[in-house]
Design a protein around this ligand. Structure first.
Ligand SMILES: *[C@@H]1O[C@H](CO)[C@@H](O)[C@H](O)[C@H]1NC(C)=O
Length: 314
């Protein structure tokens, strides 16, 4: 369930991130400090986001995304680069996208991931749910076209030419269902010129494929005697502010996945149990209150008898 974010940009100047000042995900140069050097990072239309489906607006006019030239990208090699922040694959100009307000050329794709045994890894979340990995045995062979080469680019700054392959296979099957909003690059300089498409269906890879991504790379150069693993390269969700997130599909008319069904069944059971316990305790409290009131009544009536007894005495 690794969320693959393919960033498609009309503005290639935004890719010049490597030439600015040093930044990392955690620590002194971590995401809380990005805006010191890159003021756009404190803008009002930042990415990623935790998409709250209850406030998403369905826009039936949003057409399916149509990748063109992804299946047969030609004979030219792709370049895979460890840029110290992610593994980035450059895409040839023969690849572009239809189904967007303009035609967008595919420039590059890259990944965000977590670390072994940890939850999290995706940048975007849906209703607070983050997507670390598909826990399963079924490998997605399309991803081996990239993962098989990571051993050649273990250290920051290393590049390798790889044979071209069917990039469409990296994408989820259903390209008609997605969320759409105006946001930013999720790394410095955080330029707010990205029209985001978040596919509702996730791309799936196996647990062992994920481990190759999480365990195969360093964010430091080969000459560095203290290699730092390249893990947890995801930015925290940013505020929605005045923006609206649209969906190309009506919310709630979905076919649920097995995992979602399990979650719903357990959620419902837990919900029923909570309701039962609440009723149980409320009933118990009411009973106790009644018993106390009865005692009260007994006490009051006995005291009034006592009073009336007193009053009769003189
Ligand atoms: C993104 O911003 C542009 C320009 O303000 C606007 O025309 C467009 O409708 C916005 N798109 C979305 C999905 O919010």
């Amino acid at each position: 369930m690794l969320l693959t974010l393919i960033l498609l940009q009309g503005f290639s100047h935004a890719l010049a991130a490597n030439h600015g000042s040093h930044w990392t995900y955690k620590g002194l140069h971590g995401q809380a400090h990005w805006s010191d050097d890159y003021p756009d990072c404190r803008g009002q239309a930042q990415s990623p986001m935790d998409i709250q489906t209850k406030s998403v607006q369905h826009n039936p006019a949003l057409p399916p995304i149509e990748p063109q030239g992804y299946r047969s990208p030609g004979d030219g090699a792709f370049t895979l680069l460890n840029n110290g922040h992610t593994v980035e694959m450059s895409l040839p100009p023969s690849m572009f996208l239809r189904g967007l307000p303009q035609t967008y050329a595919a420039v590059q794709l890259h990944f965000h991931w977590g670390s072994r045994g940890q939850v999290g890894g995706s940048e975007h979340q849906v209703n607070g749910e983050t997507f670390p990995a598909e826990v399963g045995n079924v490998a997605n062979p399309a991803y081996d076209n990239i993962l098989d080469w990571l051993k050649n680019i273990q250290y920051a700054g290393q590049k390798v030419s790889i044979p071209p392959f069917d990039v469409h296979e990296l994408l989820p099957r259903q390209l008609g269902h997605y969320f759409r909003y105006n946001g930013s690059l999720t790394t410095p300089p955080c330029s707010q010129n990205v029209l985001w498409t978040i596919f509702r269906q996730r791309a799936r890879i196996s647990a062992s494929q994920l481990e190759r991504l999480q365990g195969g790379l360093y964010s430091t150069k080969v000459a560095n005697s203290l290699p730092v693993p390249l893990v947890d390269n995801y930015r925290a969700p940013q505020l929605l502010n005045q923006r609206v997130v649209f969906s190309s599909f009506p919310m709630g008319s979905s076919a649920y996945s097995a995992g979602e069904i399990v979650a719903i069944v357990f959620g419902t059971l837990f919900g029923c149990l909570s309701i039962f316990l609440t009723i149980h305790f409320v009933v118990k409290r009411i009973r106790m209150k009644r018993i106390r009131e009865q005692k009260d009544v007994v006490f009051k009536s006995s005291s009034s008898r006592a009073v009336s007894g007193n009053s009769q005495r003189p």
